[in-house]
Design a binder for this molecule. Structure first.
Ligand code: KIV
Length: 291
């Protein structure tokens, strides 16, 4: 069992901010865990940042299981959370349960679903089975077609009511935390005050119990990022510079240098071995032809 459990995440509310980051492969997850993340999250954002899709709607259960396996192998301390992709939990309760089980069997400690009130029964059932669940309200990217794009949420009283209803339903169903994505900060603050479970914000301001960011956004792997992201590094430029240097080194015959290859110190010994190897090769080719 990993050190950070859903129970520990709940206990952090009001005491210590929760830090969550996405990771989609083994090396990134190793780094995220070593950097002291509380939650390492295999988000369905991988459809966009890893596979180059325009939305998360095409992400399959197979993709989520595949990436969850890689991340779970790396993480020793943080809680490993896996996203339920679009279409994997909405069709029936049974299908939702079956798919959540797949993610747990791939090594996740908990699953995340988008929405709240609509999935009350599923969350309750999963929790009763022993599968910890995180909810997600505010901007829910799996519903971006209905929402009319990736936009700020919580401006109208209807939206505030819906967000609050989701949060309260998740709390009642036994979810251990919820993500609040891209809402006005007042709305995120209200939700944080209204529920006993931790709220984890993304683009929703500081009045929440924790923050989550997408790996590629915070590390500056793409030029364009959502407006609420703080870029902590410019890896795109660093990687590009490194690749250009490598290219130039190869073209200019500077790589591999003497530290990067091995040769026979005794050239006579090599000549002898070469002669014998070639004789053996010729013999076996002649024998092959004779057959
Ligand atoms: O898939 C994802 O990365 C997410 C975060 C934006 C919370 O759901």
């Amino acid at each position: 069992m990993r050190e950070i459990t859903p129970r520990k995440i709940i206990e952090m509310k009001g005491k210590e901010k929760i830090v969550m980051v996405t990771a989609y492969d083994y090396p990134s997850a190793l780094i995220a865990d070593k950097a002291g993340m509380d939650i390492v999250f295999i988000g369905d954002s991988l459809g966009m940042v890893v596979y180059g899709d325009e939305s998360t709607l095409n992400v399959s259960m197979d993709q989520m299981v595949y990436h969850t396996r890689a991340v779970a192998k790396a993480v020793k301390r943080a809680l490993v959370l896996a996203d339920m992709p679009f279409g994997s939990y909405e069709i029936s309760l049974d299908e939702g349960v079956r798919n959540a089980v797949k993610l747990i069997q791939a090594g996740a400690d908990a699953v995340k679903i988008e929405g709240g009130a609509d999935h009350y029964e599923l969350v309750k059932k999963l929790v009763r089975m022993g599968i910890p669940v995180m909810g997600h309200t505010g901007l829910t990217p799996q519903r971006y077609l209905r929402l009319g794009g990736y936009r700020l949420m919580g401006e109208t009283e209807e939206e505030i009511e819906e967000i609050l209803r989701d949060a309260k339903a998740l709390e009642k169903a036994g979810a251990f935390a919820l993500v609040i994505e891209f809402t006005l900060s007042d709305v995120a603050k209200l939700v944080t005050e209204e529920v006993s479970i931790p709220t984890i914000g993304i683009g929703s301001g500081p009045y929440v119990d924790g923050q989550v960011l997408v790996w590629h956004d915070l590390l500056g792997i793409y030029e364009s990022t959502p407006p609420f992201v703080k870029k902590y590094a410019d890896l795109k430029s660093m990687i590009q510079l490194a690749l250009e240097e490598y290219r130039n080194d190869v073209k200019e015959k500077k790589f591999p240098g003497q530290d990067h290859y091995w040769e026979f110190l005794d050239k006579e010994e090599f000549e002898k071995k070469k002669r014998r190897a070639m004789e053996r090769l010729n013999r076996s080719e002649r024998n092959g032809e004779a057959e």
